[in-house]
Every structure is written in C-alpha cells, then in structure tokens.
Design a protein around this ligand. Structure first.
Ligand SMILES: [Zn+2]
Length: 71
C-alpha cells in the first residue's frame, strides 16, 4: 500500500484527497481549483487571475508557467 501524499498546495498540510492535473490536492483545494477553473472557462477570470491554479502550476509540467510564458 502506498502512503497517502500530502496536498501540494503551498502551506497546506492536509492529506491528499485526489489529484488535479496530476498534482495531489486535499478535498478543499480540489473544490477551490475546480470552481476557479469553471470561472476561467466561463471567462469570468483570466489566466493570471487563477490564484489557486498558479500556486500549484509549478507542479504541473505542461503549465504555461513552466513553459516560460510567465517569468
Ligand atoms: Zn490543501
């Protein structure tokens, strides 16, 4: 049995409840990121306004942050 990972959100100490873009997140942060992503797709917020997403984007290999779009 694999030991459960911790949530990858900075400053969060909760146990992982699932993954979002392969990044382990706790239940609360999964909910927040999903809500934020839905807002983004409805064009309520722009890419750089995705506060929660950008906090974990460094952990997502294909994110624009790691592609060098943002310095
Ligand atoms: Zn968390």
């Amino acid at each position: 049995m694999k030991k459960k990972q911790k949530c990858a959100y900075p400053g969060c100490d909760e146990t992982q409840n699932g993954t979002w873009a392969l990044v382990p997140l706790c239940k609360n942060h999964l909910t927040e990121i999903r809500a934020e992503t839905a807002m983004h797709y409805r064009k309520s917020i722009r890419y750089h306004e995705r506060e929660h997403y950008l906090k974990i984007a460094v952990r997502i290999p294909w994110s624009q942050v790691n592609m060098g779009v943002y310095d």
